[in-house]
Design a protein around this ligand. Structure first.
Ligand SMILES: [Cu+2]
Length: 524
């Protein structure tokens, strides 16, 4: 993806001084291509077990699983030939341990902040919520994709400081899907996640079980993220040339990690496997394919199963998005297959030469995804995505609909109603837009004249509406608002009334005002 977006609505010169560079000097970082490839097996994060059972807040007569998850500093090896890397993670892991829970089984999680008082990555005190008077280390956990009451959703200002904890309730009343949990603290979210504060959350149900998809050791999470490392193997987070305003518009690390390892390999049997893929990167989009051109099958999106499997040769995944894949290695016995991001190697699959009996299936029909009718929408909102640059055309600020985080709430959908959100993107960047609480469908994307829009806020279409890609035509919670296009999503607001957020999932954008509160109203 592009490093910067120049398309803007305004020049903004006062707020943040110009910086001279936002990419790390080469000497400061390790060149990952100097590392040996495929020397580390792919780690599989452990499954979390409940610590105990305790009364449900919804019904004290019922005892539900309680988990305690502490955020701690720790060290881990990201590659055989690197020294251990200092990180922050849940239960001392990166990714943190995987939740594996069933739809309908509510749980409690006590998120505990056992981090130190000082951050080890460059905090920018100019950013909203990260002022010098605030505690430097703050954390709050959001379950991305979870239908959760507002008090357990991890509102960015609900952060806790080291020594404190927050008890969250997850009802899990939603379809099987791969969710993920991660930090969401105001103004330092990009740093906390870069430090390692994230993990996978698999939600299962009877519909999924009935399909006989590959499971057990044949179902594997692939959590993909990118980082820079110093030659000593420590995390390097790039800074601007201005020590008082270190924020950079995007971070695209040159080392790509899967489940916390650089260039891992995975031994696989010559049969079908299911891979739960999550892009947990700060800003990088991946265009995934196999070097040998092998095809694979997508069976699900962010919020669960697609109506039918989709055969693919390549796949785009933006930050925050998940894809559910089935890969059949049976015709690749004895081969070594490389998964890549365009030209860049990510990992290797070593297919066993042995013939195996595969009892799993890949049904032609998975789960119906009824289309939400546009006629159902009671409101259409026009929402612009804007980037602002300084006099040397460097982005210094991103806003949703021209409004800052702290301005009054403008998006107030009514509970149990449907709305169309029209995301107008005149910038040069693709922004993956995520709404908390809800799942939605992408209606279409349509090219428009960005100059007319930026000058006069006049929306002139220059193309016909394009339906979403087949691989996006299911339930979503994060959607790419493509540059120069209007992306329309249709959302049924259900579950809870209260205050949530919507934001760009490029974490550097999110931390610099590309996030807004919204409120679901109980009544009109
Ligand atoms: Cu963005």
């Amino acid at each position: 993806m592009r490093r910067t977006g120049l398309a803007t609505t305004a020049l903004l010169m006062d707020r943040v001084p110009a910086f001279s560079q936002s990419v790390p000097a080469k000497a400061l970082t390790l060149d990952p291509n100097t590392l040996a490839k495929f020397v580390d097996p792919l780690p599989i994060p452990p499954i979390v077990r409940p610590d105990r059972y305790q009364p449900s807040p919804a019904d004290p007569g019922v005892k539900i699983p309680y988990f305690r998850q502490a955020m701690r500093p720790f060290e881990m090896k990201v590659h055989r030939d690197l020294k251990p890397t200092r990180m922050w993670g849940f239960s001392s892991g990166f990714p943190g341990p995987t939740f594996d829970v069933r739809s309908g089984q509510e749980i409690m999680v006590e998120w505990v902040n056992e981090l130190p008082d000082k951050h080890f990555l460059p905090v920018d005190h100019n950013l909203g919520g990260a002022g010098a008077h605030q505690p430097e280390v703050r954390a709050v956990v959001h379950l991305h994709g979870g239908k959760v009451a507002p008090e357990s959703d991890g509102y960015p200002e609900d952060w806790i400081v080291p020594g404190k904890s927050a008890l969250y309730h997850y009802p899990n009343k939603q379809d099987a899907a791969m969710l993920w949990y991660h930090d969401h603290a105001m103004g330092i979210n990009r740093l906390n996640i870069y430090a390692g504060l994230m993990g996978a959350y698999l939600l299962r149900d009877d519909v999924e079980d009935s399909l006989q998809l590959p499971n057990g050791k044949y179902e594997i999470p692939l959590v993909i993220s990118d980082r820079f490392f110093t030659p000593e193997g420590q995390l390097f987070y790039p800074v601007s040339g201005n020590a008082n305003a270190p924020w950079v518009p995007e971070v695209f690390g040159d080392a790509i990690l899967v489940n916390g390892k650089i260039f891992p390999y995975l031994d696989v049997a010559a049969r079908k496997h299911r891979f739960r893929v999550l892009n947990a990167s700060n800003a990088r989009f991946y265009h995934l394919s196999f070097a040998n051109g092998a095809s694979f099958t997508q069976i699900g999106t962010d919020q669960g199963l697609l109506p039918a499997p989709i055969p693919l040769k390549a796949l785009m995944i933006a930050p925050g998005e998940r894809v559910d894949l089935v890969i059949d290695f049976s015709s690749h016995r004895g081969e070594e297959m490389i998964l890549k991001n365009d030209a860049f190697v990510i990992m290797q699959f070593r297919v066993s030469g042995d013939k195996v009996n595969d009892t799993s299936s890949l049904p032609a029909a998975l789960r119906p995804v009824p289309k939400i009718s546009e006629a159902q929408a009671v409101k259409t909102r026009l929402l612009s995505l804007d980037e602002y640059v300084n006099r040397v055309a460097e982005p210094v600020l991103m806003l949703l609909n021209g409004t800052y985080w702290h301005q009054p709430i403008t998006e107030t959908p009514v509970l149990n109603t449907t709305e169309i959100w029209t995301l107008i993107n005149p910038t040069d960047d693709s922004h993956p837009i995520h709404l908390h609480l809800v799942r939605f469908q992408i209606l279409d994307r349509r090219r428009f004249e960005t100059s007319a829009y930026m000058g006069r806020r006049e929306l002139k279409f220059t193309g016909e509406p394009v339906p979403p890609d087949a691989s996006e035509a299911g339930w979503k919670d994060t959607a790419r608002a493509e540059p120069g296009m209007v992306t329309r999503i249709i959302v049924h607001f259900e579950g809870y009334a209260g205050r949530y957020v919507w934001h760009c999932h490029i974490l550097e954008h999110e931390d610099n005002e590309m996030m807004r509160p919204y409120e679901v109203l109980a009544k009109p």
